[in-house]
Ligand binder design. Structure first.
Ligand SMILES: O=P(O)(O)OC[C@H]1O[C@H](O[C@H]2O[C@H](CO)[C@@H](O)[C@H](O)[C@H]2O)[C@H](O)[C@@H](O)[C@@H]1O
Length: 248
């Protein structure tokens, strides 16, 4: 892929976090932010006139902590919350989590290898340390979701999550694209997980490009090997643009 061509000032760039900007780690708190990432994202944000946003399954507050001191426009919890470029926080309707919370806590108590993540509007059960528990996690969460109006099941990398049904990464990207400075630009979304397919679908329907990071089936039209390849491509693109500007 030629990121130098892709990253023109006419594009709006939407970025997933885990598995895309950072490598997957054994647990959510253990990810490492590469030293070049924050300066590179800052340079991209400036180069694209502010038309960059993170679109993550994590809460916005966690993304802010990982990327500090950079504070980008961000959609969190798969689009349930969204901080616009004008710094306005928009939240989708919340739905009662008691049934899924109780089911997840009982599951965690029965199987200490599971990690239960509370994200205000959603509950995630991570089974990375016990992959053999996938089926029981899936069945238990689906049963609790069936008793929880408004919630839907989302699967990700070694995780099953109950989240509000009215939000998705695709809808979050479309909302950004209705606002400045994203409106009228060619959208590019880069992600790695099944949860990112809704984002690929949205940008490609709107004439843009989806870029899948890593292996696995996807509807994205382009692919990169891993987060390291993406960071390298960004660094190369920014260096090339800087050289071109210096020569002009
Ligand atoms: O949409 P993303 O920004 O990619 O976030 C997706 C989920 O990422 C986190 O879980 C995943 O990454 C962990 C750290 O690498 C890994 O241990 C876990 O197995 C993955 O599922 C995060 O904890 C979730 O809340 C996000 O939804």
């Amino acid at each position: 892929m030629n990121f130098v061509d892709l990253l023109s000032p006419a594009c709006a760039l939407f970025l997933d976090f885990d598995g895309t900007l950072v490598d997957i780690a054994p647990e959510p708190g253990a990810v490492t932010v590469h030293s070049s990432l924050v300066p590179t994202l800052g340079a991209l944000h400036q180069y694209l006139g502010g038309a960059v946003a993170v679109v993550s399954g994590r809460p916005i507050a966690e993304i802010d902590e990982f990327l500090a001191p950079l504070r980008l426009p961000t959609a969190g919890i798969h689009g349930v919350e969204r901080r616009t470029a004008a710094d306005v926080l928009v939240r989708a309707a919340a739905h009662p989590l008691q049934a899924v919370e109780a089911a997840a806590m009982a599951l965690g108590a029965a199987h200490p290898a599971l990690l239960i993540e509370h994200k205000q509007a959603s509950i995630a059960v991570h089974y990375r340390r016990a992959p053999e528990l996938e089926a029981v996690c899936l069945a238990t969460m689906q049963d609790a979701i069936d008793r929880s109006p408004g919630l839907t099941l989302l699967r990700g990398k070694m995780v099953v999550e109950a989240k509000p049904g009215g939000a998705s990464k695709g809808l979050a990207i479309e909302a950004f694209l209705n606002e400045p400075p994203y409106a009228g630009r060619v959208p590019v979304f880069i992600g790695d997980d099944v949860t990112d397919e809704a984002g690929f679908s949205a940008v490609q329907r709107l004439g843009g490009l989806g870029v899948k990071v890593g292996e696995g089936p996807t509807i994205a039209h382009q692919r990169l090997a891993d987060p390291g390849a993406l960071r390298q491509a960004f660094d190369t693109a920014m260096a090339t643009k800087a050289t071109a500007r210096a020569r002009a």
